[in-house]
Ligand binder design. Structure first.
Ligand code: AMP
Ligand code: MG
Length: 521
């Protein structure tokens, strides 16, 4: 049986096992900031290098996440103070901390790249939150690092707004993700496909270690170097595994399970990451590095959200297999940590990949079932789901709204339900609705209770491209009003929000915004 802890329980377990030292404090002249506790940076020069941030000209505060600040132990008064902006843009140094960039490698679109790294990201500070859990604060777009490979080290305002919106939207949907703490715009121009201005995003996570970090040290470092990195991750993020006899294998099993669970969650929300390279996969199972992602609108299994992905390698339907492929790369890099003999390591890796399949299957069906309002697992569930998805595909239905409307169809009469469900296949849809209703009835329970349970897992509001685009265009004019409005709606994705109906709607027909979102950011 799969025993998968929820992210909340896992983090609670981590927090409880960490010696919950009270956060020290360093006066910064206005209020107190948490005392830094370099963790990753303390690993040494083989893992990264100190880098000074490049100042951001005419920094303009566009966003500050006060709720997140409070949760991670930053004083909200400081957030509102004039002292915060320079620190969160790289225009002033964080007291007592040396910013650094880390080196990693990765498979990009399936091709091995032997050196990548934080090219435009630096870790500004690491500390413990009031609940004892580790916090790492990064600035994205604060200038080039030794791993910039000739690029400018900057991030466009458009791509920064997109990362901010997506990670906060996914967080509100309950998906593990890195978080956005702050966003500042600037007068500095940056040239990509189009001319934009630069921005600096402050983002946090317990840590930003990627599969690619392990691939780098497996290829270029010593076995001890690789083991040190694994022990670092275990000590700070999986401390309950530290005393296990086979701690590295136990940890890799957790990474594989977390990854499978994350991908299952994405699939049932129609979320497409867009660039599932191994350097964009977190060893904590967080959604990381938001490039040309998309919440699928019209349901198309082969939907590709990244205009640069000509082969459809990262299409919606391909994501789960890509998650497995990426785990295979991680397990290959960590073979020496699994077992000293290659044959034994290979066998263990195969067992862990089978575990990926098992966890993915169980998690994805658990979530699909909940979306359909089914409480019990029964043999015909996959068939019922597939018939429904086929109806959505043929009816060119909006993925999010079709599931949301299904909750309404529990309580209204079938003829009315047909009006609000995928169009053009009335007979097939009526048959399906009959079967689905019969299945629900056979489980018992009140229709109202079931409908409200469905509304708790089928969001009404997701981040649609045209909504993100409106927030970006506002920010490009120096206004964060639309950004804040949209974030407020996305913070309560499952609630009916009177007055916010237009945020739930797909783009008007004929005006569908065909945004070409590629890798340049
Ligand atoms: P991404 O596609 O954003 O995941 O980036 C892939 C790699 O390219 C990472 O190593 C990034 O740090 C690096 N990179 C992307 N854009 C820039 C940039 N403008 N300046 C420096 N490095 C960059
Ligand atoms: Mg990346």
């Amino acid at each position: 049986m799969v025993c998968l802890r929820s992210a909340g329980a896992r983090h609670a377990a981590v927090a409880a096992r960490l010696s919950a030292k009270p956060a020290g404090i360093v006066p910064d002249g206005v209020v107190n900031l948490p005392l830094g506790e370099p963790r990753f940076a303390a690993l040494g020069p083989a893992y990264g290098q100190p880098v000074a941030a490049l100042p951001l000209p005419d920094a303009l505060r566009l966003y500050f996440n006060a709720a997140l600040a409070d949760q991670i132990g930053l004083d909200p008064r400081w957030c509102q103070s004039a002292a915060a902006l320079p620190l969160l843009t790289g225009n002033a140094a964080w007291p007592g901390q040396t910013p650094s960039a880390s080196v990693y490698a990765g498979h990009q679109f399936g091709v091995w790249v032997s050196q990548l790294g934080d090219g435009r990201v630096l870790t500004l500070a690491e500390w413990r939150a009031p609940d004892g859990s580790p916090v790492e604060l990064q600035l994205k777009g604060a200038g080039p690092t030794p791993y910039a490979r000739g690029s400018d080290g900057r991030a466009t305002l458009a791509s920064s707004v997109r990362e901010l919106l997506a990670c906060e939207a996914l967080h509100a949907l309950g998906v593990p993700t890195t978080r956005a703490l702050s966003l500042a715009g600037s007068s500095l121009s940056v040239q990509r496909d189009e001319l934009d201005t630069a921005a600096v995003l402050g983002r946090t996570a317990p840590c930003f270690v990627r599969f690619g970090h392990f691939e780098f040290h497996a290829r270029h470092g010593t076995p001890q170097q690789l083991a040190l990195l694994a022990d670092h991750v275990i000590e700070h993020h999986f401390p309950y595994l530290a005393n296990q006899p086979q701690r590295h294998a136990a940890w890799l099993a957790e990474v594989v399970e977390l990854t499978a669970a994350l991908f299952a969650h994405w699939q049932t929300l129609g979320f497409c990451h867009g660039v599932l390279n191994t350097d964009n996969l977190s060893v904590l199972g967080l959604t990381l590095d938001y490039g040309p992602y998309g919440f699928m609108e019209r349901f198309r299994p082969h939907h590709v959200c990244n205009a640069s992905d000509h082969e459809g390698r990262y299409a919606y339907t391909a994501q789960p297999a890509i998650g497995r492929w990426n785990c295979e790369r991680l397990l290959g890099a960590c073979a020496g940590l699994l077992a000293p003999q290659p044959e034994a390591a290979r066998e263990q890796a195969q067992a862990l990949l089978a575990r990926y399949d098992e966890v993915y299957r169980q998690e994805v069906m658990r979530r699909w079932r909940a979306k359909l309002g089914l409480r019990e697992a029964r043999a015909g569930d996959a068939g019922l789901l597939n018939r429904w998805l086929t109806l959505l595909q043929r009816g060119k239905a909006d993925f999010t709204l079709a599931f949301r409307r299904l909750a309404d169809a529990i309580q209204i009469d079938p003829a009315e339900a047909l009006i609000c469900l995928p169009a053009g296949q009335d007979a097939a849809l009526r048959d399906w609705l009959d079967d689905w209703r019969a299945r629900l009835a056979s489980e018992g329970g009140s229709p109202a209770g079931r409908a409200s349970a469905m509304r708790r897992v089928n969001p009404r509001y997701v981040l649609r491209n045209h909504l993100a685009q409106a927030a970006i265009e506002g920010a490009q004019r120096g206004s964060s009003v639309e950004l804040h409005r949209l974030l407020a709606v996305l913070a309560r994705p499952f609630d009916e929000q009177p007055g916010a109906e237009h945020y739930a709607a797909p783009p008007a027909q004929g005006l569908e915004l065909e945004l070409e979102i590629g890798c340049s950011a």
